[in-house]
Design a protein around this ligand. Structure first.
Ligand SMILES: Nc1ncnc2c1ncn2[C@@H]1O[C@H](COP(=O)(O)OP(=O)(O)O)[C@@H](O)[C@H]1O
Ligand SMILES: N[C@@H](CCC(=O)OP(=O)(O)O)C(=O)O
Length: 380
């Protein structure tokens, strides 16, 4: 597909299957509680899309917001256990509101609660894919949220931005729409006088110099940083994105020039590599010499024992690890093929010497190039 076609907002208008994510900031009033008018306004827009034959997956935050009132809390809880309990109370209420609002358009909803593992681990991923696919075939609108009540601090996304991108990949969405409380990405915090709206982004170079903060609204999580992470996951696997405010959802879905449009930059990748690039918690680090850094950056070489100068952390074969340069910056992430205790005696040695000394099996790559993803220099 040509670059022009990829950057075309008409992909939003013509998308057969679209994932729409709405953040807590767009679903809550000034008191931090659920704003039912905002929820119903969104449902009207999505129902209109369904009426024209499009399929919609809604990723909706708001469980915690919906639980605040019934539990008599003053504000959004910050400790994990109370947040989990509040989400447990709020999620049922949130879906009850969606069920009622969509029923007004003669549409059914299905609640889908996912953990990070469900979007990336092969068996779980297939399971979620099958369930979501069948819901869509049945004409249902899946309403997805993170399973906050069981997600622990270690494995939870916390924000729903990256979850939405992984769901977009999972359902092979044609486009994704991120709805938040600002109408677009700006070149700096939108509260700053003179901040300029970014209209189109064709690739990472267009984001150079843009200042984003992880400080969200009073109720949102992750601010613009997790939204740009989400955009990178989606566009990097071939899915264009529009980021705008909930008030402009209809125009965004119609392909009108609102918000910020992010063109697809890459092709669909395996869920495993997406997980490795964006979600996996690494278990250790391999320090590379300059030659190995260049070879790995070149994109076609595996990492061999000869290019490693040090091993940090404890891991087992198959675990995700970081590949770092001598100055400590992360060059890539990969699935390592040795246990950490096996590696020190192999470092700096050629594969032929290792085969002669330890036998066949020791002449293999430490990280195979198919199990490796490059990491861009962070922009934040
Ligand atoms: N460069 C930027 N452009 C637009 N918004 C930004 C930028 N940097 C930070 N933000 C902030 O990100 C916030 C949205 O993030 P968040 O509150 O997490 O929303 P949500 O609940 O929709 O996920 C906005 O309120 C805005 O103040
Ligand atoms: N899963 C949580 C949402 C967490 C959150 O705040 O996400 P977001 O509004 O997308 O930044 C909830 O439903 O309350």
């Amino acid at each position: 597909m040509s670059a022009a076609a990829l950057s075309d907002r008409s992909r939003l208008r013509d998308a057969r299957r679209v994932v729409v994510k709405i953040g807590s900031s767009s679903l809550t009033g000034a008191d931090g509680r659920l704003d039912r008018d905002a929820l119903e306004a969104l449902v009207d827009v999505l129902a209109a899309r369904r009426a024209r034959g499009g399929q919609v997956v809604l990723v909706s935050s708001g469980a915690i917001a919906a639980g605040i009132g019934p539990l008599g809390l003053r504000s959004r809880p910050r400790d994990l256990a109370t947040a989990q309990a509040t989400a447990s109370v709020g999620q049922g209420l949130l879906v009850a509101h969606y069920t009622r609002a969509f029923a007004g358009h003669d549409l059914r909803v299905g609640q889908v609660l996912l953990t990070a593992e469900d979007t990336i681990r092969r068996g779980h991923y297939r399971n979620a894919q099958r369930a979501l696919g069948r819901l869509l075939d049945l004409g249902v609108v899946p309403v997805v949220n993170e399973n906050d009540t069981v997600a622990t601090d270690e494995i939870r996304f916390g924000d729903n931005d990256r979850l939405a991108a992984l769901v977009s990949h999972l359902v092979r969405a044609d486009a994704m729409v991120l709805l938040t409380d600002v109408d677009a990405l700006y070149d700096g915090p939108p509260s700053r006088a003179g901040a300029r709206r970014i209209v189109d982004v064709h690739g990472p170079a267009d984001l150079e110099g843009i200042e984003v903060t992880s400080r969200g609204s009073a109720v949102g999580t992750g601010g613009m940083v997790t939204k740009l992470d989400s955009v990178a996951i989606a566009t990097g696997s071939g899915i264009p994105v529009v980021l705008t405010s909930a008030a402009q959802a209809a125009q965004a879905l119609a392909g009108e020039p609102v918000g910020t449009f992010f063109a697809a930059t890459g092709r669909r990748r395996s869920a495993r590599l997406l997980w490795l690039a964006h979600a996996a918690r690494t278990h250790g680090r391999l320090v590379l010499d300059d030659g190995a850094v260049s070879a790995v950056r070149g994109g076609r070489a595996s990492l061999l024992p000869a290019g490693i100068t040090a091993v940090e952390g404890e891991f087992e074969a198959g675990d995700p690890v970081e590949l770092v340069a001598a100055d400590g910056h992360v060059v890539a992430r990969g699935l390592v093929s040795f246990d950490s205790h096996e590696l020190p005696r192999l470092l700096g040695r050629s594969t032929s010497a290792l085969r002669d000394e330890h036998g066949p099996g020791y002449d293999r790559e430490v990280v195979h190039r198919d199990d490796l993803v490059l990491v861009r220099r962070p922009r934040r």
